[in-house]
Design a protein around this ligand. Structure first.
Ligand SMILES: Cc1ncc(COP(=O)(O)O)c(C=O)c1O
Length: 463
């Protein structure tokens, strides 16, 4: 017989045994928000409390703002769960995880046409931000070493890039004391001008940054033309200025969709490339990759050797410990899809993005800025006489769950506010149609007309 005595949480113990999680004490009392509680709660209660609170977040599938993967197949998720307890840095203990990381570095080095056929030089990182910091640090160190060797001053190094760089470039400049010369966008040009690069570089330029594609609009910097300009400068002035390609999104798209486009290690000044595995590499956050053209592009003094995990290990990362799941999930994706699989997935996204760009430009309220020419990214502004602002429009769409960010462009176009849709694998044509009808509805609501859906759902009048 079940006892009728009351237990500590105030419930009779027979009820406690039978009660569902939602009948427990944790659900009828405040939970501590800023202090560790004195006592714990059952695992299912802790799980439900947090999972339910997170329902207030946006729906990742409708998050068209993020470049980051929001869907992976169940087998990938199983592999991720299987490897959550492995620290990637413990390569002595988990040697096979280390072997797999090397394999992916090699696969990417080949994908980016690195010249040394034998093995790529690179590492996995938390994302493109860490990869960019490590690449720029390598270029700074190398430049300093060469200047010192030639008896030249090695202070005031600089980087030349477009004002459309991601914030991590500015972080690097501030954290690592490098001047950042940002060349402005102007008119309808949202990318770096090779002529402006030629005028901006000098003997203190440690590298030129080229973005594939821009976080703001999705456009590609003209890497091949920049490479040509820098080769001419090398011949005329003797300055060997490397290019770092920020391929955060494009690095995992262009090799599959436009293999003949020359932006990678086929160009001699391209010495390092970053790519986010968690963007079009189709893996959940956080995984990024950094590749060097050659071993000599990574100065030896930056690679640390440690033996406190057992054997001797080399590390070139900003953080030491890190999960291995996403790195392993990257290998899963490469095996699972192969070249043809990546090509088909990205070709579908590109075709859906171009369809969306066409619909948006035909709508009459928007000014198309980036129409998914190379990457599945659509950016657009709102016409001045549209009767609503980009910010109002973004907020209106949010009411239906769609997350389409409105933001200002960088210098010299910072008076323009635009919107962007990043089309990802799980954005089908059907989703596109749903988005377009919600766009029409949002416009109707904003310009004060009765939204079409309400009319359609009105009950028939009985005469
Ligand atoms: C061009 C570019 N560079 C760098 C980054 C930073 O990448 P991560 O989020 O992988 O650190 C982004 C992110 O959107 C980006 O678009």
């Amino acid at each position: 017989m079940l006892s009728k005595k009351r237990s500590l949480d105030g419930l009779p113990s027979h009820e406690r045994l039978l009660s569902f999680t939602y009948g427990g004490r944790s659900f009828s009392q405040d939970i501590p928000r800023f202090e560790i509680p004195d006592h714990g709660i059952p695992p299912e209660s802790a799980y439900r409390l947090i999972a339910d609170e997170l329902n207030l977040d946006g729906n990742p599938s409708l998050n068209l703002a993020t470049f980051v993967t929001t869907w992976m197949e169940p087998e990938a998720e199983r592999l991720i769960a299987l490897t959550l307890n492995k620290n990637l840095v413990d390569q002595e203990e988990y040697p096979q995880t280390g072997v797999i990381q090397e394999r992916v570095v090699n696969i990417l080095a080949r994908l980016f046409n690195a010249p040394s056929g034998e093995g790529g030089t690179g590492t996995s990182t938390v994302g493109s931000s860490e990869a960019i910091m490590l690449a720029l640090l390598a270029h700074k160190t190398r430049w300093k070493r060469e200047r010192k060797a030639r008896g030249l001053p090695s202070d005031r190094p600089n980087i030349v890039a477009s004002s459309g760089v991601h914030v991590v470039w500015e972080k690097f400049a501030r954290y690592f004391e490098v001047d950042l010369k940002l060349l402005p966008m102007e008119g309808d040009r949202y990318t770096l001008s090779p002529q402006a690069v030629a005028e901006a570089v000098d003997e203190r330029t440690i590298c030129v940054g080229a973005i594939l594609g821009s976080t703001y609009t999705g456009h590609l910097d003209p890497v091949e033309e920049i490479d040509l300009v820098l080769r001419e400068i090398r011949e005329k002035k003797g300055w060997d200025i490397p290019i770092h390609v920020d391929g955060a999104s494009g690095g995992f798209v262009l090799p599959f969709l436009e293999p003949d486009l020359r932006w990678d290690f086929r160009l001699s000044q391209v010495r390092s490339i970053n790519v986010s595995g968690h963007k079009y590499g189709l893996v959940y956050p956080g995984i990024g990759w950094l590749l060097f053209r050659d071993q000599e592009d990574l100065p030896e003094e930056l690679v640390f050797k440690v033996n406190y995990l057992g054997g001797e290990e080399s590390t070139y990362t900003l953080n030491f410990s890190r999960g291995s799941s996403m790195m392993l999930a990257q290998y899963y994706m490469l095996l699972r899809l192969g070249f043809e699989g990546y090509r088909r997935v990205h070709a579908t996204s590109l075709s859906n993005a171009r369809w969306l760009a066409k619909k948006i430009s035909e709508n009459g309220k928007f000014d198309l800025i980036g129409g998914a020419d190379h990457l599945p990214i659509v950016s657009f502004g709102v016409w001045r006489d549209a009767g609503f602002s980009a910010v109002d429009f973004s907020e209106k769409l949010r009411e239906r769950g769609w997350i389409v960010p409105a933001y200002t462009l960088p210098a010299d176009l910072s008076d323009r506010t635009i919107l962007r849709v990043v089309v990802k694998e799980n954005f089908s044509r059907d989703m596109g149609n749903l988005l377009m009808s919600d766009i029409d509805r949002a416009i109707s609501a904003l310009v004060g007309k009765t939204p079409g859906r309400k009319r359609a759902h009105r009950a028939p009048r009985v005469c």
